[in-house]
Structure formats: structure tokens, C-alpha cells
Write a protein that binds this ligand. Structure first.
Ligand code: TXA
Ligand code: MG
Length: 285
């Protein structure tokens, strides 16, 4: 299913066999929790036994939108969805087709990004077909994702809430709504599945500080006979995020050896882009 962030591989969150198929299709470890997509903020209480005020406020202000809240789970939520944890991640995605799907379904759809485990997240229906092809029953084509990076994940079970993953909703905006600071993740592996090297295209990725450095580096690499592409050489951070994963995929299919990517300023969507670039350039397992 399409969302404003990336395409999701969806299954009814109450059907264990269906959720198992998500893990099998992605090749993803069963201990990683998946986000449950719900039709509206009113559904929070169905999935959480005790909705924190911060989660209710964020849901009311930001949904539908690129935000996932982690809250105490209700007893009925399957261990497969939560990875055996006492919390569940919930979000209302901002895509008309998927909102209609959720409204008609009336329940919750568990959905990780619709890519093979460890690969680049899909932002078009074509990406999904390229990755998962006949392993999925249907692809709902909702056009290219408008945000292009995954949702921001906020753990609302702690005080102050922690940003577990930077994403499509800037942390500054969330902090303003909560009227205070957000904490960076701490404690043992708060969000399992966020491995150092996770959003990796098959080519090398080098992250540099500015345009001039990117051009110099590209020149040197090309002189050494390598096929190079430069990313992010303009100031439009919204477009940078929207096109990031498509650029990664294009680089793979055109046999680029090295992507030289300019890191945007650490503000707004820049946090999420920097995080994905850091992961894409990390040493591969
Ligand atoms: O934008 C998105 O969030 C997309 C679209 C499809 O909604 N989904 C997505 O799902 O990125 P996925 O599975 O690729 O990443 C979900 C992340 C995982 O790293 C997982 O560890 C974390 O969310 N997560 C889910 N439930 C959690 C929980 N209860 N506690 C901590 N982390 C959780
Ligand atoms: Mg993913």
C-alpha cells in the first residue's frame, strides 16, 4: 500500500498467519516489531491499554502524517506485531488511497516498508514490483510517495519522549507541539531493526559536507576511472528527501560505483536525510 513516506507491505495486524507472511516475504528477523497503521486517532485506545497524553496530543495534531508513536500495547496485540515487547508502534498515514483502505477495513494494518530486508525502501509501485514481484498478492499504485523517507518514530512511554528514528516529521515540530525538548534514543536498542547499515544501495556511498567538496571528490574518483553520481547539490531539502531512495535505485541500475552525497544542515528534514545517508555509507555487514 502507498503511504506519504514509503510503500508498506501490509497485512491485517490481528491475523498472525498474515503477519508471518510479511516477515517471510521481506526476509526480516521475526524479533523486529512492525508498525500498525490505523484509520484515525480515535483508534489509539483500541491498540493501547493506556495512551500517554503525549501520544494523544501528537496524534491529534499530526495525523494523518509521517509520525509513529510507540505506546503501551493492549493485551490483544499480537507478539508477532510487537516483537514480543510491551509496546506497539502506531500511525495514521497521509495517503488518500490508504486512508480509504483503512476506513473500509476498519481495523489495523501491520506494515513495514515493502522492500527485501536491508534494501532501499520503495517510494513507487514500480520499486515494490522490482523488489517483491510475484511474492505479493496486490500492489495498490498510489503514485510516488510525497515525503520519501520513513516516518519519525517517537517513544511516548518515557518522559520526555524520545525520537527513536528521525523521519518525515521534523523533530523540531514535534518538540514545539509537546512544548519541550525531545530526548535522543537511550537504553538498550530502543528500536530493534535500526541496524547501522540498513538503507544500503549496492554501490558505495560517500557523505561530504558541501557542494564544492562533492565536486572535487567526484572529479578525483572519475579521474580514477570510477562511475560517480553526486546527490543533493541544491538547497531544496524537501525534494532531496522525496527523491533520495529513487536516486539510490537509479544509481544501482545504471551501475554507478560511488554515490557522493552532500549532507544537508541538521535541521528539519535534514535530520532524516543525514541519518539515512549515514546508514547507507556505514560498513556493510
Ligand atoms: O514510514 C514508515 O514508518 C513506513 C511506512 C510503511 O509506514 N514503515 C516503516 O516500517 O518504516 P519498518 O518496519 O521498515 O520500520 C519500522 C521501525 C522498525 O525499525 C521498528 O524497530 C520500529 O519501527 N518499531 C516498531 N514498533 C516498535 C516498538 N513497539 N518499539 C520500538 N520500535 C518499534
Ligand atoms: Mg524498513
Amino acid at each position: 500500500m502507498p503511504t506519504e513516506t514509503v510503500y508498506g507491505l501490509a497485512a491485517d495486524a490481528t491475523l498472525d498467519d498474515a503477519v508471518r507472511r510479511i516477515f517471510a516475504t521481506k526476509g526480516r528477523p521475526a524479533t523486529h516489531p512492525v508498525i500498525v497503521h490505523i484509520p484515525s486517532v480515535e483508534h489509539l485506545d483500541h491498540w493501547s491499554r493506556d495512551v500517554p497524553d503525549t501520544a494523544r496530543l501528537l496524534g491529534t495534531e499530526c495525523w494523518p502524517g509521517p509520525l509513529t508513536v510507540v505506546v503501551p500495547r493492549a493485551d490483544t496485540v499480537s507478539d508477532l506485531v510487537t516483537g514480543g515487547r510491551d509496546t506497539v508502534g502506531l500511525r495514521v498515514p497521509a495517503h488518500p488511497l490508504t486512508l480509504e483502505l483503512l476506513a473500509r477495513h476498519g481495523g489495523g494494518l501491520a506494515a513495514p516498508s515493502a522492500n527485501r530486508f536491508g534494501r532501499v525502501s520503495p517510494t513507487t509501485a514500480r520499486h515494490v514490483l522490482d523488489d517483491l514481484g510475484d511474492m505479493v498478492d496486490y500492489v495498490l499504485d498510489g503514485g510516488p510517495s510525497s515525503v520519501g523517507v520513513e516516518s519519525t518514530i517517537v517513544d511516548c512511554t518515557c518522559d520526555p519522549p524520545q525520537v527513536l528514528r528521525h523521519g518525515g516529521l521534523p523533530a523540531e515540530q514535534i518538540g514545539r507541539i509537546l512544548g519541550g525538548e525531545l530526548a535522543e534514543p537511550s537504553g538498550p536498542s530502543r528500536a530493534p531493526g535500526m541496524l547501522a547499515s540498513h538503507y544500503a544501495p549496492s554501490c558505495e556511498v560517500e557523505v561530504v559536507a558541501d557542494d564544492a567538496t562533492a565536486q572535487r571528490r567526484a572529479h578525483l574518483l572519475r579521474a580514477a576511472g570510477r562511475n560517480v553520481t553526486v546527490l543533493g547539490s541544491d538547497d531544496d531539502v524537501v525534494r532531496y528527501a522525496r527523491e533520495l531512495y529513487t536516486r539510490f535505485r537509479e544509481a544501482e541500475s545504471t551501475r554507478v560505483d560511488v554515490i557522493v552525497a552532500v549532507a544537508p544542515a541538521p535541521e528539519g528534514l535534514g535530520h532524516a536525510i543525514r541519518d539515512r545517508l549515514a546508514k547507507a555509507s556505514a560498513p556493510r555487514p
